[in-house]
Write a protein that binds this ligand. Structure first.
Ligand SMILES: Cc1cc2nc3c(=O)[nH]c(=O)nc-3n(C[C@H](O)[C@H](O)[C@H](O)COP(=O)(O)OP(=O)(O)OC[C@H]3O[C@@H](n4cnc5c(N)ncnc54)[C@H](O)[C@@H]3O)c2cc1C
Length: 289
């Protein structure tokens, strides 16, 4: 088997599919090669929230990334607008100072980010992939201009883009942080996202309890982890939601998300902000290609 395209994208997660979709819409000959539709990109729910963590850090270029994400994803799936961030009393002046350009409204317990949102990644990936040339297979080696596939096939790209997340990082020797996270799917439903330590949105409760590691590994859920999530939820909404099932994923974090590599570019290492940054960075890369 031999196939070629102008741009060959390794990976069909939110990074690879967003880029491939933008190139395809610009009339470029693009081919996506992936084992599956998304890996880390398959949590039941994803928050697109530029105000990060318990320190309320404003993500770099957060407002611009949010605007790009709103415009892009809104074409494919429903967006559930509004992320509520409870803010401890002592942090309010600091947080207020960071919010100027983000549309928001203060409430008694914290701040509502009116244009932050949550969405369901699985239908999003399916919609992004519709009509795109996609070759299912495992890539064993990155040998520009070739990708070498399991079973002996090869794919040739004038430009290769690595968007293989943490699972494929060894192909390029990318060394980053792999942080396992757990999401519980719930019988309860939270139309408005709320996030502090853990997050509740739609029928999902998520957070990161385990420390980061150097290699990619999918550890089984632990009892402590589930208990920690449920305690976090109780602190937010006053009761423990009922759990239906579990989803484990691994975030892959690098210090830079878009950079040149041999034979092309990498768009990867997006940590816990993949859905926030993918449209902004994919647009930038699509302009360059
Ligand atoms: C528990 C959890 C919750 C999260 N919550 C959020 C959230 O609320 N908001 C947010 O913005 N982000 C969230 N994230 C992070 C976000 O999911 C990631 O940043 C994002 O999904 C990364 O996307 P990606 O396209 O880079 O990689 P991935 O989704 O991991 O995609 C990698 C792709 O490459 C393919 N691939 C890899 N290796 C090979 C190979 N050798 N051969 C062929 N194909 C290969 C895979 O099949 C897959 O298609 C969360 C992550 C986790 C784990």
């Amino acid at each position: 088997m031999l196939r070629e395209a102008e741009v060959v994208v390794l990976g069909a997660g939110v990074a690879g599919l967003t880029l491939a979709r933008l190139l395809w819409e610009r009339g470029r000959k693009v081919l996506v090669v992936a084992e599956a539709l998304g890996e880390a990109s398959r949590p039941p729910v994803a928050l697109v929230n530029p105000l990060r963590g318990r320190r309320f850090t404003l993500a770099e270029e957060g407002e611009r990334a949010l605007a790009a994400a709103l415009a892009f994803y809104g074409r494919f799936v429903p967006l559930h607008l509004g992320v509520f961030r409870p803010v401890p009393e002592e942090d309010r002046p600091k947080v207020a100072g960071r919010l100027s350009r983000l549309k928001h409204r203060w409430e008694k317990e914290g701040v509502l980010l009116e244009e932050a949102f949550w969405l369901e990644p699985r239908p999003l990936l399916a919609r992004l992939a519709e009509g795109l040339p996609l070759l299912r297979g495992r890539v064993l080696a990155w040998e520009p201009p070739w990708l070498v596939l399991e079973g002996g096939g090869r794919v040739r790209g004038e430009v290769l883009v690595y968007a293989g997340g943490g699972r494929g990082a060894h192909l390029l020797g990318l060394e980053g942080r792999h942080v396992p996270g757990l999401v519980l799917t719930l019988l309860d439903y939270f139309p408005r996202a709320v996030s502090y330590r853990v997050y509740l949105a739609g029928a999902a409760l998520g957070g990161s309890y385990l420390p980061g590691e150097e290699g990619y590994r999918l550890p089984p859920p632990t009892e402590g982890e589930v208990e920690w999530l449920l305690q976090g939820a109780e602190a937010l909404v006053g009761y423990r939601p009922r759990v239906a099932s579990l989803w484990r994923g691994v975030r892959f974090r690098l210090s830079s998300f878009l950079f040149p590599v041999e034979g092309g570019f990498a768009l990867t290492g997006l940590g816990s902000t993949g859905f926030l940054y993918a449209p902004l960075l994919a647009e930038r890369l699509a302009e360059r290609l």
